[in-house]
Write a protein that binds this ligand. Structure first.
Ligand SMILES: C[S@@+](CC[C@H](N)C(=O)[O-])C[C@H]1O[C@@H](n2cnc3c(N)ncnc32)[C@H](O)[C@@H]1O
Length: 198
């Protein structure tokens, strides 16, 4: 699937950063919101044999593709994929020790709703990692004018702290050069690692 594959090439670097920031450890139960085609699920599950993963995405095409790419993990009972939006999560309170979402918040029209749900299903000592490209970088890309909600580092921090999260660490990193329409574009990944405010 071309859309999924293009997303993977440009997003591999930031997904790796975000996954490393999750500090995956034994028995972690990981939820990813908007995993796309799930190309990076192995990078999570290979961190420890006891880790379990659930991915949720509102695109049926992406869910089908993720199930196909991760068929072995699904068969082995370590990965599950569900179709659905991120603003109503159908899991019990404090189900997940780690929650991840990369390049998705731009599509959340009222992100406080998604953040409330994320906080609800995260364990008290769990970590929530969010990865985005900051506003100044996104504005250089040709497609971001179409309804994307963009955040600078400060705006993301405000959003998270206003909605019940404490920032554990923030990483702003330059990505390897990337070409769009024959033009080289400088990309940056912004990764925020958060815990619940108690
Ligand atoms: C730009 S892609 C990013 C995919 C992957 N996380 C990555 O970084 O390569 C955004 C994904 O989030 C999904 N998505 C966007 N908004 C969503 C929402 N509100 N609920 C669930 N999935 C959503 C889209 O279907 C798409 O697969």
């Amino acid at each position: 699937m071309v859309i999924g594959e293009n997303m993977n090439v440009s997003n591999a670097y930031m997904n790796k950063l975000a996954i490393d920031s999750l500090s995956i450890s034994e028995n972690d139960c990981v939820l990813e919101l908007g995993m796309g085609n799930g190309k990076f699920v192995s990078d999570i599950l290979n961190k420890h044999e006891s880790v379990k993963y659930i991915g949720r995405d509102f695109s049926d095409v992406m869910v089908a593709e993720a199930k196909k790419i991760n068929a072995e993990w699904v068969k082995g009972g370590r990965a599950k994929f569900y179709e659905g939006v991120a603003d109503t999560l159908s899991w019990d309170t404090k189900t997940f020790s780690k929650i991840l979402t990369v390049n998705t918040i731009y599509f959340w029209q009222k992100p406080e709703i998604e953040l409330r749900e994320i906080k609800r299903v995260l364990t008290d000592d769990g970590l929530f990692v969010i990865g985005i490209r900051p506003k100044d970088i996104m504005l250089k890309l040709p497609f971001t004018q179409y309804g994307f909600k963009l955040y600078s580092e400060g705006e993301l921090k405000n959003l998270l702290t206003k909605n019940g999260f404490s920032i554990v660490s923030t990483h702003l990193e330059q990505e390897p050069p990337f070409e769009v329409n024959g033009q080289e574009i400088e990309l940056e990944s912004l990764i925020s690692v958060c815990s619940k405010q108690h």
